[in-house]
Write a protein that binds this ligand. Structure first.
Ligand code: ADP
Ligand code: GLC
Length: 470
């Protein structure tokens, strides 16, 4: 099958979180099964763009409202990613440094989608599947179905994967002119609660909708930022498929970001060496358990309670553990996390910013990884940490619930708690400190986790079966 993934992120070209990881891995594993998977994303001015060679694949013109724009599709020349990577350049609109966060994001991602649809409509053949990811690409199923110029794409199968339903891409009806001319009787297919809602439109118009874990799909019917009844109504076309991890990139035996590699047989020495590097760099005590948080500093991740939780854990458990935070996001929180590093020197430290290399070192060197997420559609951090023998401490929600078994249960290897609250975190840290001292149990947990199959192979097959069922 020929599968075109359309996304705003794809590692290593552009990543702010798990969406980038998934779109950088899924097509590679699909290609390995003998399918022809490609990815198209906007052209951002990232490091990867300048490191690689690109060839022009297509140049065309399209319209957004009364603006006619030229777009250029470029393709990465090498085949090192394991799939073909295409970028869309629209002068002045897409060639920016950041992926998101501009005032004209609505215009940027709408024009991107129009350009992709226009490009596909010029192919001499039709792809078997167009696989859209999140709201930035969720208007495409509508365009295939109802825009007059693209009617010949109606029978192309479309899939929408929801990585995060919190963000829906809302836009006012004044922006409806951006969407290529369509049958206005079908306006309802764009609408939800009085606005154009791209994510809702994608749910209505895509042939199938997937979420990145089973539990998240259940949760969306209870709580999905206004879309609850839509998920209930469309439940027949929705399927949960758990993400995998890219075992080529995330393998402590070969990880190119690590100096000290290890396997399950050398886990104790290997982790100790990585921990020593972190502790020396950040002034922490290598003899104490190291508990880390890695992620976007936003409410969904419950990052706002991290400062109080760490302060309270230090109060209750003394200097029984070390803490380290890597993240960026809310500026007030960033400031607070930086300030705490002065007050709690030797016990806590932080790196505020985005640093891929440091994240790998932390998965390898930490003893525990804390994820108190309020919402977690799948979560990759806990799976990376398991692969690196780091015990996940997670709130029981979404994909965290589907991937982590509490150490109190049979064959359990993680720590689970129910509420995104300071009390639950402090209590869980107490459990972590105790199990860290029980070396036999702790080592068993680490080794057991490393042996769990978290690879993409199984999930990729589920996607292929889903495409084939259409
Ligand atoms: P989300 O996509 O919601 O942010 P995931 O758990 O799916 O959450 O994926 C997060 C990804 O982003 C992981 O690869 C994680 O290591 C990475 N990440 C998040 N914040 C940072 C950071 N500040 N520096 C480096 N990597 C980060
Ligand atoms: C989103 C979710 C995260 C998930 C990732 C990849 O960013 O917040 O839970 O792991 O997408 O699917």
């Amino acid at each position: 099958m020929e599968i075109l993934h359309v996304s705003a992120e794809c590692y290593p070209m552009a990543k702010t979180g798990g969406l980038g990881d998934v779109v950088g891995a899924l097509p590679k594993y699909q290609s390995r099964l003998g399918h022809y998977a490609k990815v198209v994303l906007p052209m951002y001015r990232t490091k990867y763009l300048y490191q690689k060679e690109w060839v022009v694949d297509y140049k065309g013109y399209a319209r957004m409202g009364d603006w006619t724009f030229e777009y250029t599709i470029i393709k990465e020349k090498s085949v090192e990613l394991g799939f073909d990577l295409y970028l869309v350049d629209i002068n002045g609109l897409l060639d920016r440094e950041k992926i998101y966060g501009y005032d004209d994001d609505t215009e940027r991602f709408t024009a991107f989608q129009i350009a992709v649809v226009d490009w596909v409509s010029r192919w001499e053949h039709r792809p078997d599947v167009v696989h859209c990811h999140d709201h930035h690409t969720a208007l495409i199923p509508f365009m295939f179905q109802y825009c007059y110029s693209y009617q010949h794409l109606r029978m192309v199968r479309t899939i929408l994967t929801i990585h995060n339903a919190q963000y829906q891409g809302w836009m006012g009806w004044d922006k409806s002119v951006y969407i290529p001319a369509y049958d206005t009787w079908k306006s309802g297919m764009l609408e939800w609660n009085g606005t154009i809602n791209p994510l809702a439109s994608g749910i209505k118009c895509a042939w199938k909708v997937t979420t990145v874990s089973y539990s998240y799909l259940d949760e969306l019917r209870q709580e999905s930022n206004g879309l609850e009844s839509l998920f209930e109504y469309e439940r027949g076309k929705c399927v949960g498929i758990l993400n995998g991890i890219d075992a080529d990139v995330w393998d402590p035996a070969t990880d190119s970001y690590l100096k000290a590699h290890y396997t399950v047989d050398t886990i104790s020495e290997g982790k100790q060496k990585n921990k020593t590097i972190i502790c020396q760099q950040f002034g922490l005590d290598v003899k104490k358990p190291l508990i880390v948080f890695i992620g976007r500093l936003v409410g969904e991740k419950a990052a706002d309670i991290i400062p109080d939780a760490i302060k309270s854990a230090i109060y209750h458990h003394g200097d029984g553990a070390n803490y380290m935070v890597l993240g960026s996001g809310d500026p007030f929180l960033e400031e607070e996390l930086r300030r705490m590093a002065v007050n709690f020197k030797g016990v806590y430290n932080s790196y505020i910013g985005y640093d891929e290399a440091l994240s790998h070192l932390m998965y390898a060197g930490a003893d525990f990884l804390l994820m108190p997420s309020r919402v977690e559609p799948c979560g990759l951090n806990q799976m990376y940490s398991m692969r690196y023998g780091t015990v996940p401490m997670v709130r029981s929600t979404g994909g965290l619930k589907d991937t982590v078994v509490d150490m109190g249960d049979i064959d359990g290897y993680g720590i689970r708690f129910n509420h995104a609250s300071v009390d639950d975190i402090v209590y869980s840290i107490g459990r972590a400190i105790r199990v860290y001292q029980d070396k036999t149990h702790f080592n068993w947990m680490r080794k057991h986790m490393m042996g769990i199959d978290l690879s993409w192979e199984n999930s990729v097959q589920q996607y292929i079966s889903l495409y084939e069922s259409l």
